[in-house]
Design a protein around this ligand. Structure first.
Ligand SMILES: O=P(O)(O)OC[C@H]1O[C@H](OP(=O)(O)OP(=O)(O)O)[C@H](O)[C@@H]1O
Ligand SMILES: Nc1nc2[nH]cnc2c(=O)[nH]1
Length: 194
């Protein structure tokens, strides 16, 4: 285990087993459809790479970068597009691939934006789901794990851009956080940001 990690929340084996299962479900549901997996950079990169290989259908991949956390453990509350996807989506069934849904702001913003581009369908698949921290309600069609209200890193998820390459999802030791201090209960952090 990495020296900065206090606890492994979801192991590499658990992640891979869940992704295999999600891949099977998506393969069944999108059979015969023009599927586009839209990954959110940077966090969803390991997930989309593994998930795409677990889906046994022809599919396209594209990416958007949307940021609201910067180097902090708390959402700024302002979502901005850093990189848009390529091309029109009117003839495509778009499945957004996220690493985590926390406040729901990122997905709310993204689904609103993409719906206006008239895809054949628009659904969401998120590896992790923190359901008690929602500020914006967003329906999630596929998800891997519901996790507690704690800041997590690994398998794409960063703290200050680090730890994305860990093969598991873990919680950092409190000593790792600098001025951001130990992340409080996320409800508290969100409330303070209102
Ligand atoms: O539900 P929310 O509270 O909006 O949080 C979820 C978003 O936060 C993270 O992105 P981040 O802005 O940290 O960018 P990154 O993927 O480049 O790390 C994560 O990848 C999700 O996209
Ligand atoms: N790394 C990381 N990014 C997030 N973005 C929203 N919630 C989280 C989290 O728990 N960890």
């Amino acid at each position: 285990m990495h020296q900065d990690i206090e606890e492994i929340l979801i192991s590499e084996d658990q992640l891979q087993a869940k992704i295999k299962h999600l891949g099977e479900q998506i393969t069944q549901d999108y059979d015969g459809k023009n599927l586009l997996l839209l990954g959110t950079l940077k966090g969803a990169v390991p997930f989309i790479a593994d998930l795409a290989r677990a889906i046994h259908l022809p599919l396209e991949l594209d990416y958007m970068a949307v940021a609201s956390y910067g180097n902090s453990t708390q959402s700024s509350g302002i979502v901005r597009i850093v990189k848009d996807m390529e091309g029109p989506i009117e003839q495509k069934h778009v499945l957004i691939i996220e690493d985590i849904i926390d406040s729901g702001r990122t997905l709310h913003y993204l689904t609103d934006l993409l719906r206006r581009r008239n895809p054949l369908s628009l659904k969401v698949c998120s590896l992790l789901n923190k359901e008690h921290t929602r500020v914006q309600n967003v329906p999630v069609d596929y998800y891997g794990f519901t996790i507690p209200d704690k800041f997590v890193v690994g398998y794409g998820l960063d703290y200050a851009q680090l730890y994305r390459n860990l093969p598991y999802i873990g919680i950092l030791k409190p000593s790792v956080y600098a001025d951001d201090s130990k992340p409080q209960n996320q409800h508290q952090s969100m409330a303070e940001n209102q």
